[in-house]
Ligand binder design. Structure first.
Ligand code: TRP
Length: 363
């Protein structure tokens, strides 16, 4: 039998999704979904993982599940092609994590770069919650439960995928070939790997107030673009400007293609020409920002409109999620059965085993 191609990916429901999520992964997921190349696609709202560092804020996580689901649907994730589900509703994932914990050392977790930065960011240092510390293991359970071959995510998830593969190899080595090693799928456009915030800071984050959300109104979107960080030394239009670290140009790298010039700025043939003019001097920030504004509205406008349509029937979305959970649970249960069999903890399923035991005591 040909090996199935399976996608699993997901997001923590700690806020609405922003354009960093979009260019970093969401857009790609929709393309992969519509390519028809994948046998199964699972998209998970990682509420249990969100709770690992939001223990005292369950309401936030609960409220954001529907926000994330709406963002998915608005971007074009189609529940008839992709299974959207909620992590906490799949108890099988906890059981898998419990067994995988034996395959990972504390020092290996401590070396996980993403965990390291997150510990610093949250000031956990000497009082790291165990659940938070072990979330890479639970993420390995998420991925392997669905026998995912492909995980489209942002660059920050690379260490998670590496840990997952170590767990898979260790498991298969000890218990026999059972789990599937997944492959990470990163954006091929460098600007999309980590889109900076509108203030030029490396990370787009709600607490820094430097996000552009997918559900932003048209006015809000243009306002945020107008106040974006550019080159602080580019004071007069005639001054030469810098492209490096200039957020507006980074966003153009992520969002714009040659056709956009024909539609919105036909004095230039492509981004290279625009950049060259900016570096030479004589091109004002406002003009570039207006261009970016037009491109982003073209991309986000339809997403915003679709979201509004989906918002009209919220109970239907919870129904869709419930069905997604049921479908996902069935798949995870199959993998868990494989795992239990491999680990020899399937006592009652294995009739030969009971017969053999009986013989051992009577011969
Ligand atoms: N860690 C991911 C994030 O912070 C969310 C996530 C949880 C995930 N489990 C996953 C992503 C499994 C891909 C695969 O966005």
């Amino acid at each position: 039998m040909k090996k199935e191609k399976i996608i699993l990916t997901g997001d923590r429901p700690t806020g609405k999704l922003h354009i960093g999520h979009f260019v970093g992964s969401l857009k790609r997921r929709v393309e992969l979904q519509n390519s028809g190349e994948f046998d199964k696609i699972f998209i998970m709202i990682a509420d249990a993982q969100a709770l690992t560092d939001n223990v005292d804020n369950p309401e936030k996580v609960r409220q954001n599940i529907i926000e994330v689901a709406l963002d998915y649907l608005a971007c074009g994730i189609d529940p008839t092609k992709s299974t959207i589900f909620i992590q906490s509703q799949i108890a099988e994932l906890c059981e898998l994590s419990f067994y995988y914990m034996n395959l990972v050392t504390v020092s290996r977790l401590q070396r996980n770069p993403t965990v390291k930065t997150e510990i610093q960011m949250r000031n956990f240092e000497s009082s790291i919650p165990v659940g938070f510390f072990t979330y890479p293991i639970s993420q390995a359970a998420d991925i392997t439960a669905f026998k995912a071959t492909t995980v489209p995510v942002g660059e920050d998830q690379k260490p998670m995928l590496e840990q997952t593969n170590e767990i898979v190899r260790r498991f298969n080595h000890i218990y026999g070939d059972t789990l599937v090693e997944p492959e990470i799928l990163l954006p091929d456009n460098a600007a999309c790997l980590r889109l900076p915030g509108t203030d030029g800071k490396a990370k787009m984050s709600k607490s820094l107030g430097n996000c552009i959300y997918l559900s932003e109104t048209a006015d809000e979107l243009q306002k945020k673009i107008k106040s974006m960080y550019t080159d602080p030394d580019h004071i007069r239009v005639q001054d030469p400007g810098k492209i490096e670290g200039n957020t507006v140009f980074t966003y153009l790298d992520a969002f714009c293609n040659d056709e956009h010039f024909g539609r919105y700025l036909n004095e230039y043939a492509n981004l290279d020409e625009l950049k060259a003019h900016y570096q030479r001097g004589g091109l004002g920030d406002m003009k570039v920002k207006k261009f970016l504004g037009a491109i982003m509205e073209e991309q986000l406008g339809p997403i915003r409109e679709r979201r509004k349509e989906f918002e009209k029937d919220i109970p239907a979305i919870y129904e869709m999620l419930k069905k997604g959970c049921d479908d996902a649970r069935a798949v995870a249960a199959d993998t868990l059965a494989d795992v239990r069999r491999a680990m020899k903890i399937n006592y009652f399923e294995d009739t030969n085993f009971i017969a053999e035991q009986a013989k051992r005591f009577h011969d």
